[in-house]
Design a protein around this ligand. Structure first.
Ligand code: GAR
Length: 186
């Protein structure tokens, strides 16, 4: 099977990146991670790229600079999918338009609930019974594009933010790759 090339944008720990890389080693997984881009030179996630000898670039500076450099890197490589995996910058409308329908993101809530930051804190404060995570296409509005997959996670009475984050992130690692398979119908 010929795999399409994907690029993953990260800013931090990179646990979603790691799970995508692991899944991409399966012969029937539709993509290969061909490039990892980080806007943060301290992102731990870069180590996953290093470990698997995946080309990576740290593109620090403001978002304009990041995007200009990212564009150069991506255009050279025939990238068919950009996965935002804990990428904590907001991409410009121009960049999003340039890759319309090709950028996806994972968000730690059941969208459209809790767009933006501090999703766990807000779910706990509202005494929600459940929350979860969502993989969606990226459009020009924040955390707004068409939903590909959602996974619900129950909230226990004694959960704190860190408990909840841990449980949701366990699910994230599964659903991100499910979403990629769904996109490519594999
Ligand atoms: C994940 O929980 C992801 O949903 C969240 O950042 C974390 C990154 O973890 N993304 C956002 O909040 C985007 N708005 P990771 O670096 O270990 O993959």
């Amino acid at each position: 099977m010929v795999k399409e090339k994907a690029c993953v944008f990260i800013s931090g720990v990179g646990s979603n990146l790691k799970s995508i890389i692991y899944n991409s080693r399966e012969s029937n997984f539709p993509i290969n991670v061909s490039l990892v881009l980080s806007n943060n030179n301290k992102a731990q996630g870069i180590n996953h790229a290093r470990k698997f000898a995946i080309p990576f670039k740290i593109l620090d500076g403001n978002i304009d600079k990041f995007e200009n450099n990212a564009l150069k890197e991506i255009s050279d490589r025939n990238i068919k999918l950009i996965c935002l995996a804990g990428f904590m910058r907001i991409l410009s409308k121009n960049f999003i338009r340039r890759f319309k329908g090709k950028i996806i993101n994972i968000h730690p809530s059941l969208l459209p609930r809790y767009k933006g930051l501090n999703t766990f804190k807000r779910a706990l404060k509202n005494k929600d019974k459940f929350t979860g995570c969502t993989v969606h296409y990226v459009d020009e509005k924040l955390d707004n594009g068409r939903i590909i997959i959602k996974k619900r996670v129950n909230i226990n009475n004694d959960d704190n933010e860190s408990d909840l984050k841990k449980r949701v992130q366990l699910e994230e690692r599964i659903v991100y790759s499910m979403a990629i398979r769904k996109i490519f119908k594999k």
